[in-house]
Design a protein around this ligand. Structure first.
Ligand code: MN
Length: 211
């Protein structure tokens, strides 16, 4: 089985003015595609590795003995998983869609972080302080607590036993064309395109499951 690029569910210009069309197109067709191509190439040389589930492949990648293969799965498999989720947790800005978490996720965030605003501040501070390239994440831990984490490169929360709920890509390729060095402006803009309905539903689907 080969991994392939999932289609975007909205046009490249749909997140304007917050994320520009050119950035979206290059990010999806070049950067994301490159992770997939490199992952497939690495797995072609390792037919013994079970690739039926990307989630399990990432969760178990520390068990892979071959350092180069483990690094390829971590970097490119992580890149594929992270970006596949990233496209889904964004949507065209809309005044009729929720502007923050709803349902059980909203209650869980209030219980754990006092308020959505506080959670947002911490997640944004994590995003701003990633040194070099990486992501800021809101995750679900195995004990069903929420967890904010920042991870370097394309490390996936799945590699650490967490399920990603929401993540912001702070690699320069995600924002440099429009925002240049102003990562803080990109982060502030990004909240406008979060698909809270999707993220809230994902939380409800994941709680009560084991992974
Ligand atoms: Mn990216």
């Amino acid at each position: 089985m080969h991994f392939s690029l999932p289609p975007l569910l909205y046009p490249y210009n749909a997140l304007e003015p917050f994320i520009d069309a050119r950035t979206m197109e290059i990010h999806h067709t070049k950067h994301h595609q490159a992770y997939i191509t490199n992952l497939n190439n690495a797995l072609d040389k390792a037919p013994e590795v079970d690739r039926t589930s990307l989630e399990l492949l990432l969760a178990n990648c520390h068990l892979i003995q071959d350092d180069a293969l483990q690094a390829a799965i971590k970097n490119h498999g992580g890149g594929h998983a992270n970006h596949s989720l990233f496209w889904q947790i964004m949507m065209p800005p809309s005044s009729i869609m929720p502007q923050g978490p709803v349902g059980k996720l909203a209650s869980a965030i209030d219980a754990q972080y006092t308020s959505f605003e506080k959670m947002k501040e911490q997640m944004a501070a994590n995003a701003q302080s990633v040194f070099g390239s990486g992501w800021s994440w809101l995750c679900l831990a195995q004990d069903e607590k929420l967890c904010l984490m920042k991870l370097p490169n394309q490390d996936s929360p799945l590699m650490y036993g967490y399920q990603p709920l929401l993540g912001i890509d702070v690699w320069e390729h995600a924002y440099y064309l429009k925002y240049q060095n102003k990562r803080v402006d990109y982060i502030a803009a990004w909240w406008n395109v979060v698909n809270w309905e999707f993220v809230s539903r994902r939380y409800e689907e994941l709680i009560g499951q084991t992974w």
